[in-house]
Design a protein around this ligand. Structure first.
Ligand SMILES: O=C(O)[C@@H](O)C(=O)CO
Ligand SMILES: [Mg+2]
Length: 275
């Protein structure tokens, strides 16, 4: 059975961010992930993680003005300086948190508008270049960069909008320090055919996330058969983490039956270092 990491941007939001580490540990999670730690100094986040005794397995590089609708900087040509600074910040946090991987978001090249083929090619060219840049810096710091396809219903206009696109871009990036983040919630919406998809992408997937479709709640309901996809991940030898990136339907702990049934105590289920 794969190992589960609690996503602290969506789970345990009943308590302030820094308290979510301990809440996740108390619930039995051995690891955590989240979108952004940057509202708090790296040292405070690192202390919260250490005190709770959980591994940090993933977080995102700064992604622009999130409140204004931005979703990453990597494909935005006129944001090079901000991208550079964000990369530095992310690597600083990764060091403090002992986190092996950073998700670098592509961005929305034409917010609210249509992107023609030429516009898409231009955005992709910038994206490929910036992810390579991030990967060079990450590799020098002993870390890895992930890219994640995201469904266009939740994130209209996001450049990396299917697993197929993700595979293509990954090939184009062609960098040993870059891998794919397979969010099965997005993948079910954009690609479907999850069994074949997991099997065919097994060589490049370095992190998995789960949630129910279409509501993005606890992963043991909706369109995805959780035990089936976890079994396929086991079959292909997936040894990474499975991030629980879902919005609990009610109180987080009240919805953890699915986790306790599959992970035992969670902590007892640890295999290897997770790095
Ligand atoms: O799937 C998601 O939404 C996240 O993994 C993410 O990084 C961007 O929102
Ligand atoms: Mg995700």
């Amino acid at each position: 059975m794969p190992r589960f990491a609690a996503n602290l941007s969506m789970m345990f939001t009943e308590v302030p961010f820094l308290e979510r580490f301990q809440a996740a540990a108390d619930a039995g999670f051995a690891a955590v992930e989240y979108l952004f730690p940057y509202d708090h100094p790296a040292e405070e986040v690192a202390a919260a993680r250490r005190d709770a005794g959980v591994e940090q397995v993933l977080f995102n590089a700064p992604a622009g003005d999130w409140a204004a609708g931005e979703r990453g900087l990597a494909c935005l040509p006129d944001r090079q300086e901000e991208f550079d600074r964000g990369l530095e910040t992310a690597l600083h946090y990764a060091e403090a948190l002992d986190c092996p991987r950073i998700h670098v978001m592509a961005g929305i090249p034409r917010p609210g508008g249509e992107l023609d083929a030429a516009g898409r090619a231009a955005a992709r060219e910038v994206h490929v270049r910036r992810v390579r840049q991030a990967a060079d810096a990450a590799a020098a710091a002993g870390r890895r960069v992930l890219i994640e396809p995201i469904n266009p219903v939740d994130m209209p206009g996001y450049l990396l909008d299917s697993m197929r696109e993700g595979r293509d871009v990954l090939e184009q990036i062609d960098h040993p320090a870059v891998g794919l983040q397979l969010d099965l919630y997005h993948a079910q919406i954009t690609d479907g055919d999850l069994t074949r998809l997991i099997r065919s992408a097994a060589d490049v997937v370095e992190h998995v996330q789960i949630a129910s479709v279409p509501d993005r709640h606890e992963p043991d309901g909706g369109e995805i058969d959780l035990d089936h996809v976890l079994g396929v991940l086991d079959d292909v030898g997936y040894a990474g983490w499975v991030g629980c990136e879902y919005r609990p339907a009610g109180e987080t702990r009240a919805g953890l039956d699915w986790f306790h049934r599959r992970a035992g105590s969670g902590r007892a289920d640890r295999r290897g270092s997770g790095a």
